[in-house]
Design a protein around this ligand. Structure first.
Ligand code: UDX
Length: 446
């Protein structure tokens, strides 16, 4: 099937690559010529396991191509995906200007029936706006061409995006057109094996499903972080509590890991966007607002521990920091807890020696060169000459460090762990003063 994908960001590129892999003829369109040129050379703009070979081999096989030529894109695709960004507005609501610009472009160039599929995460009601934009543009140019608009939200996780797209748990199709449903069932049939994963519904429910999924997961995390804070208050250990409640299958073990807050491109943005659109519709989404508030506070948790430990005097301290990305297996720093921590440390007069397996370039890009940030080539080098260590991201490579060496390199045997990687008892045996999230006595010091 001939497919066009507008927007070669995270969602667009991964979706395009897996569609090409199963044999569809995919053309990706982006306004960024440099990005297009680099992709043709096999240079992938994001770090995502498995994506580079997938894009390269399909490009070589002629199943995927990249262009800035929107007219060619519209001509090519029987099905046209919109996968452009929806960055938050100043007030946190999703900005639809890119989505609507693609709708207008599609309408400007279309000469036959098109199925326009929205993959971007957009507020409920956006499909109607896309429909209206296409209708108005067609009317302006006096064309009478038919089209369908479908909502087909993505559920991929960074770091596992290729697998999530190749083997989705569900494929949500929000549509009011039987013909569009039939076409998309055909498009997705290579991904719809074992059992039927396609769930068809009305467009608005599909749009809300995406937000509901992310907000539910964010709620689980903020809830656990609140429990972790209570565990500190009451001298309990949240890790025992986590195991205790996760064993109930109605609760489950997933997404109940307490830590220094959630980040990334989805949770913070989507919780905020749904809460804002609720307010705009005259409803106060109290749970969502609390989820957001708890997460803000949680991102400041590590700094609070550190500041309390040093009675607020951090001037001249050198802090080793392991983990900069918002989670492992990505170089994405969007809304990362490490950023809140570093910025607070700098403001307090401390400097940071940081290491991350993938996000060093991104950190450099965000912060440029500054005296109070040194990016080190290894996790060991980050410890050299530092006073104490903080861990913000649970990369596998941080799970079994050499604690003796850690103690030798740091000027103080002091570790702040934002991801609860170690057992407080073991840390005590190593002679390390260990702070973790919600681990009762360890937080109060021993
Ligand atoms: C998320 C959703 O999982 C995905 O389905 C959706 O399509 C996009 O948003 P992603 O942002 O890539 O994916 O990351 P995810 O693995 O969900 O982690 C998000 C954040 O939550 C990370 O900062 C992570 O550290 C944090 N997290 C996750 C916790 O703090 N505790 C947990 O138990 C799980």
């Amino acid at each position: 099937m001939k497919v066009a994908v507008f927007g070669i960001g995270y969602v667009g590129l991964v979706q395009a690559a897996v569609m090409a892999e199963v044999g569809h003829d995919v053309l990706c369109i982006d306004i960024d010529q440099n990005k297009v040129d680099r992709l043709k050379e096999g240079l992938i703009p994001i770090f995502e396991p498995g994506l580079t070979p997938l894009v390269k081999s399909n490009y070589e096989a002629g199943r995927i191509d990249f262009t800035t030529d929107a007219a060619r894109g519209v001509e090519h695709g029987e099905v046209i995906f919109i996968a452009v960004g929806t960055p938050p507005d100043e007030d946190g609501s999703a900005d639809l200007k890119y989505v609507l610009a693609v709708a207008e472009t599609v309408a400007t160039h279309m000469r036959s029936h098109k199925i326009v599929v929205n993959k971007s995460t957009v507020p409920v009601g956006t499909a109607d706006k896309v429909k209206a934009k296409i209708a108005a543009t067609l009317a302006d140019s006096g064309k009478s061409v038919t089209y369908d608009v479908v909502s087909n939200p993505e559920f991929l996780k960074e770091g596992a995006a290729v697998n999530d797209c190749m083997r989705p748990d569900r494929i949500i199709l929000g549509t009011d057109s039987e013909a569009a449903e039939k076409k998309l069932r055909e498009l997705y049939s290579p991904f719809n094996r074992n059992h039927d994963k396609i769930i068809v519904m009305d467009i608005r429910s599909a749009e809300l499903t995406k937000y509901a999924a992310n907000c539910m997961l964010a709620t689980k995390i903020s809830f656990m972080n609140e429990m972790a804070n209570l565990a500190e208050v009451f001298g309990a250990d949240i890790e025992n509590v986590r195991r205790g409640i996760g064993s109930d299958p109605r609760i489950g073990y997933q997404f109940i890991y307490p830590g220094c807050g959630y980040g990334g491109s989805c949770f913070p943005k989507d919780v905020q966007a749904l809460a804002r659109s609720a307010t705009a519709a005259g409803y106060t989404a109290r749970v969502l607002e609390a989820v957001e508030e708890v997460n803000y506070a949680q991102k400041e948790k590590l700094f609070e521990y550190i500041s309390r430990h040093f009675s607020g005097d951090l001037k001249g301290k050198t802090v080793a920091l392991w983990g900069l990305s918002f989670k492992p297996n990505t170089d994405d720093m969007r809304e990362a807890s490490s950023r809140v921590l570093m910025e607070k440390l700098w403001a307090a007069g401390a400097s940071v020696k940081a290491y991350d397996p993938e996000a060093m370039e991104e950190t450099q890009r965000i912060y440029g060169s500054r005296n109070d940030l040194t990016l080190m080539g290894t996790k060991e080098a980050a410890l050299e000459g530092a006073d104490f260590l903080v861990i913000c991201t649970e990369w596998q490579a941080f799970r079994a460090p050499d604690f003796e060496m850690m103690k030798q390199k740091l000027s103080m045997p002091l570790l702040f762990d934002g991801r609860n990687l170690f057992e407080p008892k073991l840390m005590m045996e190593y002679g390390l003063h260990y702070y973790a999230i919600g681990r009762g006595l360890s937080v109060k010091g021993h």
